[in-house]
Design a binder for this molecule. Sequence first.
Ligand code: HEC
Length: 165
Amino acid sequence: MKSVTAIVALAVLTAGCSGDGSEFTEPAPSAAAAATAEAAAPVNSGPPAADDITTLDGVAYASLTGDVASGKSAFMQCRTCHVVDPGMNRIGPSLANIIGREAGSVAGFKYSEANANSGIIWTDEKLFQFLEKPQRVIPKTKMIFAGMPDAQKRADVIAYLKNPN
Ligand code: HEC
């Protein structure tokens, strides 16, 4: 840790010494170039298609076995906003029978356009992808949740949602 601090301090000193201030303008063109490259790359040009189930961590849902009991505890993270009782909408819609449902189809819940028009069917695999990083899969979702980076926990929550009793 100490050596890292030293390197950072050295870097700051070096930057300070280099003189004409050009280092402050240099990053702009390269950042623009990076942005262009990003726009050109189809991978980064928007959310995954509704039937795309690729994850950021590269884990396939099929490679895991969800555990209902662990999923019940992991669901604590969702419980602030969701319950599994049918017809009970809270901050988020009821998650009763969510698997196999069309996104945005819980009666009586006021969805964002982004969620309602996503074209997603909540298969196990799509939910697995969504829970990793919701804002990636539905940009502008009003679900304020950073995501569950732990793939096994995502599989567990899905197992619980399929069997919430
Ligand atoms: C801070 C509140 C909050 C938390 C925490 C939260 N959600 Fe949500 N969730 C929402 C809201 C609000 C929506 C509606 C999003 C919209 O309309 O844009 C939503 C939408 C969803 C949907 C889409 C439902 C549909 O009918 O299309 C799923 C699935 C979902 N959440 C699952 C989960 C799971 C599983 C967790 C826990 C890992 C979780 N959420 C955590 C608030 C939350």
